[in-house]
Write a protein that binds this ligand. Structure first.
Ligand code: PLP
Length: 649
């Protein structure tokens, strides 16, 4: 990478492919900092580095999660307005309501923000377990639809029935036939006439990573024969209007819009047949799956979604309308359970870099040779000298092949004990110096196509940037299913990033790394970053982590929940923002508690040990007590490294 030519904010935006994932929220300002415009149709801009500074000044430690609450509001508005436009344009008679599946992010403040922003659109909630049901029930008014998916035992069904009696619009969505049988039994016992929905197993299979959530072999839903038997049972009781909702779910992050179209058509045909049979189903629920662009298209076209929000809404509205018109039945109220699309953008993780490991360091290239120097070392030195005179791609590649072979020979000799530690260090140093020089010259020549050796050299000469975070806690989908999250520096973007980098986390696990990046250059396995100078803060942002990551994240190496700040944009406030809430992450003491180490017990054991050492005369009493105090104090620390202590005073 050359330093000489001019570098502007727009270059940074392009380099990190921000247009492919930022959805208009994130950009780079004139200070070279990442900024956010969280409010829909407003130019109000917040410099994320100012938020970081303000949060730190108030005692937030890093890594930290920043939630831009207005982004949730903007996404809720955009989804609902887009559906309203599609409904209006199509002349669709029965409207649309969004349903927020709280499994995506159950944090009370997130759900409250969604409900508040969605009130004017009659947004509803979806829950998928007992705990989610108990969290959601107090949040819904008698106007709010609450859909209950997931496996339901008798006590949960009972609670739902009672909620219906209380006037709440709670709809159990039958996933298994036995749930329906239990519901009827409970209805008979309690004298409550139930209303319910049904998830249908369609023949259309999903598309994308979660394709198995849809289709005939999916885990949940009733088959069509089961649906018919449920209808017959309701008809026998004279309760045809008990069935209020039909639902399908194709899986999260639907990649191909044609798959959605085909599923919507399939369920609408079933809906129309039911209506013609005299079952007045009110709602047609197309489930979740509205995709989010993580910028993956720039590194992996197969992982990208092939539609936008407006196309998604159009497909749902027009497909249902066409079939209802064809079958001459009244159209249902449309529901979608979009979760990821509402929350992914609103939160980001601030990750301080703690250090850098260079595979080629120290590589001085100056290795004095003597008559005793082993031949493998002198031959490496000779190749390095030749490389300095190479100006043709072919010659450079040949030199690379030579040093690779010499390296292997050196490793073999070392294993057999023929090389001293000094010889090994010399061979290593010469190898890396030659690699660096060959790559520098290849890049200058810009061969097209890029030879595989150049890609290999780039990979070998990639620095490891140690980030103060845990992949397993904060972006577990990256580890588990290869989900790519956009990552970029939060500052210094007025300067060209000069280093090839791979980001690794704090865990002692070789999987604790970010292996794929979103950027505009061809190789997604590394990310351009700025030179790291020890003691100088360098902060990275991991974006679009607001859906699923927080609740799925685990505590590998006992690295747990990070500190977080909730930010609102407001004109007139310093920096155009104010911090509504600061939540402390989990402390060492709390996380140890979860694995059955209790602070009192730990303290007592430590104290017994220290006293024994003092009594035996191994340490001075004052040293022993100071050490004991230090140990106890650290139990209240965050589980991550202390970024402050690694920066200059
Ligand atoms: N509805 C159901 C039944 C789900 O299982 C899920 C999650 O996969 C969702 C909605 C939310 O999906 P998404 O976040 O992709 O919109």
């Amino acid at each position: 990478m050359r330093d000489s030519d001019e570098w502007r904010a727009i270059d940074a935006r392009n380099l990190y492919a921000m247009d492919s994932w930022s959805d208009g929220f994130f950009s780079v300002n004139r200070h070279g900092h990442v900024c956010v415009r969280p409010i829909q149709d407003s130019e109000l801009e917040i410099d994320i580095m100012e938020v970081v500074a303000a949060a730190r000044a108030e005692g937030t430690s890093l890594p930290a999660l920043i939630r831009f609450q207005d982004v949730i509001r903007s996404r809720v508005q955009r989804l609902n307005q887009t559906f309203r436009e599609a409904v209006e344009e199509a002349g669709y008679e029965s409207g649309y309501r969004g349903i927020f599946p709280i499994k995506v992010n159950q944090l009370q403040e997130v759900v409250a923000e969604v409900l508040e922003a969605g009130r004017q659109f009659d947004i509803g909630l979806e829950c998928g377990s007992r705990a989610e049901l108990l969290a959601a029930l107090p949040l819904v008014t008698d106007q709010t639809l609450l859909l209950c998916n997931g496996v339901k035992d008798r006590s949960m069904l009972h609670l739902m029935l009672e909620a219906q009696r209380m006037g709440q619009q709670v709809l159990p969505v039958i996933e298994k036939y036995t749930e329906f049988e239990h519901l009827l039994e409970l209805a008979d016992e309690s004298g409550i006439r139930p209303v319910l929905g049904v998830r249908v197993k369609l023949s259309t299979r999903g598309s994308g990573r979660w394709y198995e959530s849809g289709g005939a072999s999916s885990k949940f839903g009733l088959t069509v024969p089961e649906l018919v038997s449920l209808l017959e049972s309701l008809e026998r009781r004279g309760w045809p209007d008990a069935l209020q909702l039909l639902h399908f779910h194709l899986g999260s992050q639907i990649a191909d819009i044609q798959v959605l179209r085909s599923a919507v058509r399939e369920i609408t045909r079933i809906y129309a047949d039911l209506v013609l049979r005299g079952i007045p189903v009110r709602y047609l629920d197309v489930g979740g799956g509205l995709g989010v662009n993580y910028g993956e298209g720039s590194s992996d076209p197969d992982a990208a979604i092939n539609y936008g929000l407006r196309e998604y809404a159009n497909v749902v509205v027009y497909a249902v309308k066409e079939i209802c018109e064809e079958k001459q039945v009244a159209a249902p109220m449309l529901l979608s359970e979009s979760g990821r699309a509402l929350t992914a953008h609103h939160s980001m993780l601030v990750v301080p870099v703690l250090g850098v490991h260079r595979p080629d360091s120290p590589a001085t290239g100056e290795v004095p040779t003597t008559a005793d120097t082993p031949s493998v070392v002198t031959r490496l030195a000779a190749v390095l000298e030749d490389v300095g005179r190479c100006d043709r791609t072919g010659m450079l590649l040949e030199s690379y092949h030579d040093i690779r072979e010499l390296r292997e020979e050196g490793e073999q000799l070392a294993r057999l004990g023929y090389l001293t530690v000094g010889d090994i260090a010399a061979a290593d140093s010469l190898y890396w110096s030659a690699c660096r020089e060959i790559l520098r010259r290849l890049v200058a020549q810009a061969p097209d196509p890029v030879p595989p050796e150049q890609v290999e050299l780039e990979e070998q000469l990639t620095d490891l940037y140690l980030g103060n975070f845990s992949v397993f806690h904060s972006i577990i989908d990256h580890w588990a299913i290869g989900q790519v999250f956009p990552v970029m520096p939060l500052h210094r973007l007025d300067r060209r990033p000069q280093r090839r980098a791979r980001i690794v986390d704090l865990t002692c696990d070789s999987d604790g790394k970010i292996g794929r990046y979103v950027s505009s250059h061809a190789n997604p396995s590394w990310l351009p970053l700025h030179e790291y100078h020890a003691g100088e803060p360098y902060f990275l942002g991991i974006f679009l982590v607001g859906a699923y990551q927080e609740i799925l994240g685990d505590a590998h190496n006992l690295l747990g929940r990070v500190d977080e700040v909730h930010v609102y944009a407001r004109e007139g406030e310093e920096g155009n923002f104010w911090i509504d809430k600061r939540l402390k992450g989990i402390t060492v003491k709390e996380i140890l508690n979860q694995v059955q180490y209790f602070p009192n017990d730990l303290d007592r054991r430590m104290s017994d040990f220290v006293r024994r050492q003092i009594n035996a005369g191994h340490v001075k009493a004052s040293d022993g007590m100071r050490w004991l105090n230090r140990y106890t104090r650290h139990l209240d620390d965050t589980t991550y490294c202390d970024t402050f202590s690694m920066e200059p005073e």
